[in-house]
Write a protein that binds this ligand. Structure first.
Ligand code: ADP
Ligand code: MG
Length: 278
């Protein structure tokens, strides 16, 4: 559903040009937990921003659900950002003087939905991250881990297919980080999660796939996805059983003609001999 093909991204800094991504290709499954690892400055945030439609690319292509985003109009980018993607940042990005419930509710982009329904959905998202009893607190009354859970609820409230998290545990202690990873892992059962992290141990333990970047290029990928190849394999598998089926059928037909057939004919012949004798 998401396909990056040879993505190149440069930034102009004064008179010089910085290459953030130098031809990055990857595809993602509908649901998996992908960790992006790599040293500071290697292009992780740039990659995430391009996947989320927050930043454009210079060349290459990003295909979403089979459609090239080269053809995307502004309205389509808006719809994608608002309904298909949820963002989680290291710094939570919550509105400090609004309640937790209001923070999540504000992210609901559904139109024609009553205030009551908005409240219900926001509360439901907060319950999912274990904050069902903290709805009326303000972010500045919460711990870092709780604030990040609010941010995850905010990312979930529109029920997007993709969650993008940029160093979500970067400001948290290890115990709280583990809680956040457990929540993300649970969510990845039916969503695509792409998480940038500095922490290889957390990536190893919780993600299902690790992509390492170095200097704007993919260094390694522990579980690459190539749906065309899998389709071929499936087709192959479909062909093979049908060949086996014919082989089996002809074998059983042979069998009929030989053993069972002979028994049949023998018994038939035997009977006719018997009846002739009667
Ligand atoms: P990471 O998230 O892995 O630390 P980034 O994607 O933020 O790396 O940055 C990749 C490279 O692109 C770095 O050299 C960085 O300085 C540069 N870069 C990123 N964003 C900008 C920007 N808005 N303007 C100029 N240079 C940028
Ligand atoms: Mg970054």
């Amino acid at each position: 559903m998401l396909h990056l093909e040879n993505i190149v991204k440069t930034y102009k800094v004064g008179d010089s040009v910085v290459a953030a991504l130098r031809g990055v290709s990857m595809q993602f499954r509908k649901s998996e937990f992908v960790a992006i690892l790599g040293p500071s400055g290697c292009g992780k945030t740039t990659l995430l921003n391009i996947i989320g439609g927050l930043d454009g690319y210079d060349s290459g292509d990003l295909t979403i659900n089979g459609r090239s985003t080269k053809e995307y109009r502004d309205g389509e980018w808006d719809a994608y950002r608002n309904h298909s993607v949820g963002f989680v940042f290291q710094s939570y990005n919550l509105i400090p003087h609004q309640s937790v419930l209001a923070n999540v509710e504000l992210a609901l982009t559904l139109s024609g939905v009553s205030k009551k329904e908005r409240r219900r959905r926001a509360a439901e998202a907060l319950e999912k991250v274990g904050l069902g009893d903290q709805l009326h607190k303000k972010p500045n009354q919460m711990s870092g881990g709780q604030m990040q859970r609010v941010a995850i609820a905010r990312a979930l409230v529109n029920d997007p297919e993709i969650i993008l998290a940029d160093e979500p545990t970067g400001a948290l202690d290890s115990e709280t980080s583990v809680q956040i990873m457990e929540i993300l892992k649970e969510i990845s059962k039916d969503k695509l999660i792409i998480m940038v992290t500095h922490n290889p141990e957390l990536a190893e333990e919780y993600s299902s796939r690790i992509i390492r970047l170095l200097d704007g290029e993919v260094l390694s990928d522990t579980d690459p996805y190539a749906p065309e190849e899998e389709t071929e394999v499936v087709e192959d598998r479909k062909k093979k059983p049908s060949m086996k089926f014919w082989t089996a059928l002809s074998l059983s037909f042979n069998n009929l003609l030989t053993k069972k057939g002979r028994t049949f004919m023998t018994s038939f012949a035997g009977r006719s001999v018997l009846s002739a004798l009667r």
